[in-house]
Design a protein around this ligand. Structure first.
Ligand SMILES: [Zn+2]
Ligand SMILES: [Zn+2]
Length: 232
């Protein structure tokens, strides 16, 4: 038997080699954050690489290719990343005669539960006859997200940094930090000057408040602070 995922390592038993098991575990853990990141690519009008067209401004983000909105909607919808993970969790639970968890709650709740549930089952997955297929589908989900967020990158190539915008943190004297920020899907983006942090779920707001953009009334941060966590 050869490892289903890498087609390289010979196995005495099971479907996945230790490396591919670790990689699959990492992808499962990463998927909720990738799902959240996709929000910034959801609407071409307000965010994502298409740039804020309705502001009439030509921002740096306008250099990036057009987003694949339908693909983003599919991935973020109940039948996308969430549905695939829940289907697999359900298959494992029925295989192991465990109670099948209900698909209730918010999408985020369902996603994080399904992701955590599958991570808990990784030792079973490695040996399970369908474990290889599960790992392939999980890899495919991550690749689909990458294709939206990092178009043109090969499968497991490290992601090329994407320009996210300028740091919008304001110091006590009212000076905007303005450091260039680069998106990194693997971790929270941190400004190298003011140390302000921008988790993926704040990227949408960060883009909206870029210099030159004119946010709709009511969306201006009340105290001029960045949507990220407090500046140092
Ligand atoms: Zn392998
Ligand atoms: Zn900063």
């Amino acid at each position: 038997m050869i490892c289903t995922l890498c087609s390289t390592h010979q196995l005495d038993h099971g479907r996945l080699c230790p490396d591919c098991a670790r990689t699959t575990l990492g992808r499962l853990a990463q998927l909720p954050r990738l799902w959240a990141t996709l929000e910034a690519w959801l609407s071409p009008g307000t965010a994502g690489p298409a740039g804020p067209a309705q502001y009439g401004g030509r921002t740096r983000m306008a250099e990036a290719p057009m987003p694949l909105n339908q693909e983003v909607l599919d991935l973020r919808g109940p039948g996308g990343i969430i549905g695939v993970l829940e289907d697999w969790r359900e298959a494992i639970h029925s295989e192991r005669h465990l109670p099948v968890p209900a698909r209730t709650g918010s999408l985020w709740y369902r996603l994080t539960r399904a992701s955590a549930g599958l991570q808990d089952q990784v030792h079973f997955i490695v040996l399970w006859e369908q474990g290889g297929q599960l790992a392939l589908e999980v890899r495919h989900l991550v690749d689909r997200v990458r294709a939206v967020v990092q178009p043109g990158r090969a499968l497991d190539e490290p992601p090329e940094p994407t320009f996210l915008g300028y740091c919008i943190a304001v110091d006590e004297g009212g000076i905007i930090c303005g450091r260039r920020l680069w998106a990194d899907l693997r971790r929270t983006v941190q400004c190298g000057w003011c140390l302000c942090q921008y988790p993926p779920d704040t990227w949408l707001a960060l883009r909206r408040f870029q210099p030159g953009n004119h946010p709709p009334p009511g969306e201006q941060p009340a105290d001029g602070r960045a949507p990220g966590t407090a500046a140092a």
